[in-house]
Design a protein around this ligand. Structure first.
Ligand code: ARG
Length: 460
């Protein structure tokens, strides 16, 4: 196979050189995008008077056949093809004839091609990842709707803190996943700019119209600067971050599922379809989906940092280092496409032991803040109220009882302001209902939150 750059070379590449150079094992994913780019480029050449009407018709027909052959697997790259562009040029020559096929390379370079195709591929991938994330959100929202009144111990430092609604906790995860989707959408707006027409780095002299190519390929506009168009990869690093952040957010859900399904917590039980067993311990039901999520989130962070390291200090414009930009991001997308449906399935089928969660909700004196805040409402300064509530905890702990089991006399001894009316806030339900400011865990606020989440999901 003739290289795209054979003319000035007396010999072909050494085997190890060719093996190092090869990228078709990963960039073949870009093949249909490359063909779409070729169609748009053929039309640009035609408009510039560099292809006749007849040549354009034959070129498009050959590209259509090539695309069908790529999609059906009839046409595949061979080892001698350096990259996806080389392979497809060979395929086009076979179908259009060498003379016509050879005209398509005018006015473009693999440098502006790859920068364009990579953006196109990633924009579609971002949509798929957002859709998969919406499925996880749906599963969380569904669980929240199915458990409107379920309570649980809210935690800070993993210690019991204040009781909250299970739905409020689940929706906290939804909020971060919605931001992950927002981030992908923001990224897309910045990435909807086509480098086609940048050529190798300096632009084209052939009177082509990059804006028309951009429109045909679904971009909003073409790049302002051809050097930037071919050399910049911040769009790749930025989506690698978006994907890593999504992975990290998913890992926090995963970690909680792992903890919640232990015997000690016993908050939830995994559905059989989303758990694995042990080859030796017959009783085991392991949260592998959650563990793989936790593990793969590390891999996604590695993909981001590896890509940033590849980009660091590269001089403008294109350098072959940039060929290393695709695998990490392709991998992050591939891992998320495996993870997201599994997490949605796991979360959606969790069975919560709401009785156990309710029983544990007041444990660890989680209502102590309620005593303090009740005192504040009686006009006691918070510093004093905090002390008094702390003393109540000390008394209850010493007697081995809950705060609600302290006697009226004990309350009165701690503070003259601690009248029996304080008992109104010494229930989990009372505590939760009292947190009714915007963003709070009170059932009315959580119901409103569910409504707004529903609107954002519909709009996403
Ligand atoms: N395979 C290359 C990449 O992924 C395409 C661009 C190659 N350009 C070049 N001048 N060798 O970056």
């Amino acid at each position: 196979m003739s290289k795209l750059w054979g003319g000035r070379f007396a010999s072909g590449p050494a085997d190890a050189m060719a093996a190092l150079s090869l990228s078709t094992h990963f960039d073949w994913q870009l093949a249909t995008y490359d063909i779409a780019g070729s169609r748009a480029h053929a039309r640009a050449l035609h408009r510039a008077g560099l292809l006749t009407d007849d040549e354009l018709t034959r070129m498009i027909a050959a590209l259509d056949v090539l695309e069908a052959d790529v999609v059906s697997g009839v046409f595949t790259p061979v080892v001698a093809d350096e990259d996806v562009h080389t392979a497809l040029e060979r395929g086009l020559m076979d179908r259009a004839g060498a003379e016509l096929g050879g005209k398509l390379r005018a006015g473009r370079s693999r440098n502006d091609q790859i920068a364009t195709l990579f953006r196109m591929w990633l924009r579609d991938a971002a949509r798929r990842v957002a859709d998969g994330t919406l499925d996880v959100i749906d599963a969380l929202v569904d669980q929240a709707q199915r458990h409107p009144g379920a309570v649980m111990p809210g935690r800070t430092h993993l210690q019991h803190a204040q009781p909250v609604l299970l739905a409020h906790h689940l929706l906290a995860h939804v909020q971060s996943l919605l931001r992950d989707i927002d981030r992908l959408r923001d990224w897309d707006a910045r990435t909807a700019v086509s480098p086609y027409g940048s050529g190798a780095l300096a632009g084209s002299s052939l009177g082509l119209d990059p804006a028309a190519v951009a429109t045909e390929l679904g971009f909003d506009e073409s790049v302002e600067n051809s050097i930037d168009g071919t050399a910049s990869r911040d769009f790749a690093a930025e989506i690698a971050f978006c994907l890593a952040m999504l992975g990290v957010n998913l890992s926090r859900i995963a970690e909680e599922v792992i903890i919640w399904t232990t015997a000690e917590f016993g908050y939830a039980v995994l559905d059989d379809a989303w758990a694995t067993g042990s080859s030796i311990m017959p009783q085991k039901k392991n949260p592998d989906v959650a563990e793989l999520t936790r593990g793969k989130s590390g891999r996604l962070i590695g993909n981001l940092t590896g890509l940033l390291a590849t980009l660091k200090a590269q001089p403008l414009a294109y350098n072959r280092d940039l060929q290393e930009d695709k695998e990490p991001v392709f991998d992050s997308v591939a891992q998320l496409e495996l993870l997201l449906p599994a997490i949605a399935g796991m979360v959606g089928t969790l069975t919560f032991d709401t009785a156990r969660m309710a029983a544990l909700a007041p444990a660890g004196f989680t209502l102590a803040t309620d005593i303090a805040e009740w005192l504040v409402k009686q006009g006691v300064p918070f510093r004093v109220a905090h002390e008094a509530a702390g003393e109540c905890v000390r008394l209850a702990e010493a007697r081995g009882v809950g705060l609600d089991e302290l006697t009226d006399a004990e309350f009165a001894k701690v503070s003259e302001h601690l009248t029996p009316e304080v008992r109104a806030v010494l229930t989990v339900e009372g505590s939760i209902a009292s947190r009714d400011g915007r963003g709070g865990t009170a059932p009315a606020r959580v119901a409103e939150q569910l409504g707004r989440v529903g609107e954002r999901v519909t709009a996403a």
